[in-house]
Design a protein around this ligand. Sequence first.
Ligand SMILES: C[S@@+](CC[C@H](N)C(=O)[O-])C[C@H]1O[C@@H](n2cnc3c(N)ncnc32)[C@H](O)[C@@H]1O
Length: 324
Amino acid sequence: MRGATRGGVPAAVPNERLGLVIAVPAVRASQVDPMIILRRVTPDPLIRDVSDTARWMAVYRARETERPDAVFRDPFARALAGERGERIAQALTFGDQEAWPFLARTHLFDRFVAKQVKQGADLVVNLAAGLDTRPYRMDLPASLRWVEVDLPDILDYKEEILADARPVCALERVRLDLSNADARRGLFDRLGRSARHVLVLSEGLVIYLMPQEVGALALDLATPASFDHWVVDISSPGLVEMLKKRTGDVMNQAGAPFLFAPAEGPPFFTAYGWIPAEVRSIIKAAASLERLPFMLRIFSMFPESSGAQGSRPWSAVCLLGRTG
Ligand SMILES: C[S@@+](CC[C@H](N)C(=O)[O-])C[C@H]1O[C@@H](n2cnc3c(N)ncnc32)[C@H](O)[C@@H]1O
């Protein structure tokens, strides 16, 4: 797009990369005042920030819920995803054929939550909870405490939509930037002292962090003695490369590039106080739910592996326990 010319100089020079229009007065070039007015005119980007990925994820839960053979039902997901969530999911071309990793991941997290709660977890801390609604949709004891942590805007939005809904257990929301190490340590300390068996969840978070950030977070999570399990999903370097190609520049422009893909696989966490107790591959879970596209079924037949994955596309949900 070119700017219109008026009086010998362009009236407006759009710069699409920067999202700015440089507006100059309609005068001859020799008279141009050095003062130029900058006006931000970017059309709303598809993914505005990392929190919009929560809307994107909610779409897959909504689509799953709408299937007659749904593996889980999230009655709030459609409203929470909203029009923007659907637009993101459609633009990133992860169509219905490609919903399987998301629904299998959610299913695996649900299974780990149910099992750990049954085995005595009295507090679940869901880091980067986004628009997750497990405290409303899962069968959980009323005595369970559940803490959701995420950035303020997405939790405000969520609270507005869920205003009339009632969680089945005791729910607290904490607006916190997890990259603020002091703030998160303070939170973990408070929560750690208030419970005996804490289960931490981080679904769809660590892929957006640098390896050293994941390591630092892991160390902080290992500090309170009562934090005894952590469920986290990870992807192999091969898968992250594939995702980068599929999503193009959209994630980088949103400030949410895919970053974390440990070459060593789940043992990455061992140096930071966490040992893989159970590793469940997402493709295998999707195959057992009979949701894997025909062409991919062969890949689900490889033996389960909890170590380095080389260049093969692979992702898993891992239950970590403490090393010490
Ligand atoms: C892909 S979404 C996952 C949301 C949810 N766990 C799910 O599975 O639907 C990533 C989430 O991470 C949150 N997030 C990213 N960086 C964060 C940070 N520094 N502090 C808190 N939350 C963060 C985003 O706001 C967003 O809700």
